[in-house]
Design a binder for this molecule. Structure first.
Ligand code: ATP
Ligand code: MG
Length: 257
């Protein structure tokens, strides 16, 4: 499904701030699985997502999505295959556009259309139906500008927008981290429903070990750009994972599994 071969990435090459974040990094993600990506701040999780989605380029390495080579595609070209939800609720939406305009834009992503024809009236009922599943009343606010929505409402909308065209890969970068516990739970449940009913292959960055155990099929942990843990869900208890996360004692864990 997603295959990354021999990826290397450095920042600020040749300066005193040089960071060699990935060196000959390899990863294979299976179709329809949800993989949780854990790891301490600065270990390279978001950089990995930026590389996969084409936000930043790499020195070397190959990225294949369902056999298609992504390397030479720009970010907007990859967006037809890859959906992404960020930690910051303002990132996945256009605040000065209405809910209807935002959804229409994501629905038409990568298709040619004129701005005058952005809204397809025949689809409004469908948009209302999917908004209704969020249970936030957004279906009654189609003409409200997104800047007037709360963080949780925006994040729910981002999630719907990222999945509206059933992406081949969904990248969730701490997408509930900025939300209160109740809204975070709601969005995680909605995430599970969306990815399970549509069998969307998903990578989910989180610092929440409970969520990783509850919502993923596989858990990987990064440390300074390397995979130091790679387990199927069920192979590890929440307590063990928490202990490993806190102690960063990966080698003893590798022996234990
Ligand atoms: N555009 C950039 N320019 C320079 N350095 C960068 C850039 N992006 C990331 N880095 C560096 O790469 C390393 C990994 O950063 P990254 O944002 O991927 O970490 P992360 O695992 O997502 O952390 P967090 O949990 O805090 O979000 C850090 O040392 C960071 O400073
Ligand atoms: Mg990050």
């Amino acid at each position: 499904m997603l295959t990354i071969n021999n990826l290397s990435k450095s920042f600020n090459i040749g300066t005193e701030n040089e960071v060699n974040i990935f060196k000959n990094f390899n990863l294979h993600i299976k179709k329809s699985e949800c993989t949780a990506v854990l790891g301490a701040n600065g270990c390279g999780k978001s950089t990995l997502f930026n590389i996969i989605s084409g936000v930043i380029t790499t020195e070397s390495g190959e990225i294949l999505l369902n056999g298609k080579k992504m390397n030479n595609l720009k970010e907007n070209e990859r967006a037809q295959f890859i959906g992404r939800v960020h930690q910051d609720p303002s990132k996945g939406v256009s605040p000065s556009l209405t809910i209807l305009e935002n959804i229409s834009l994501s629905d038409k992503k990568c298709k040619k259309f004129s701005l005058r024809k952005l809204i397809n009236k025949n689809k409004i009922e469908f948009y209302k139906e999917i908004l209704q599943t969020l249970d936030l009343g957004l279906e009654n606010k189609l003409d409200t500008e997104v800047k007037f929505l709360s963080g949780g409402q925006r994040q729910s909308l981002s999630l719907l927008m990222a999945t509206i065209n059933k992406p081949e890969l969904l990248l969730l970068d701490e997408h509930t981290a900025a939300l209160d516990p109740k809204t975070s739970r709601l969005i995680m449940e909605k995430t599970r429903e969306l990815i399970k009913t549509q069998s969307i292959t998903t990578m989910m960055i989180s610092h929440n070990v409970k969520d990783a155990i509850k919502f993923s099929d596989r858990i990987i942990m990064l440390d300074r750009g390397s995979i130091v843990l790679d387990v199927r869900n069920g192979q590890i208890t929440e307590k063990d994972l928490m202990d490993i996360y806190n102690s960063r004692n990966y080698s003893s864990f590798a022996e234990a599994v």
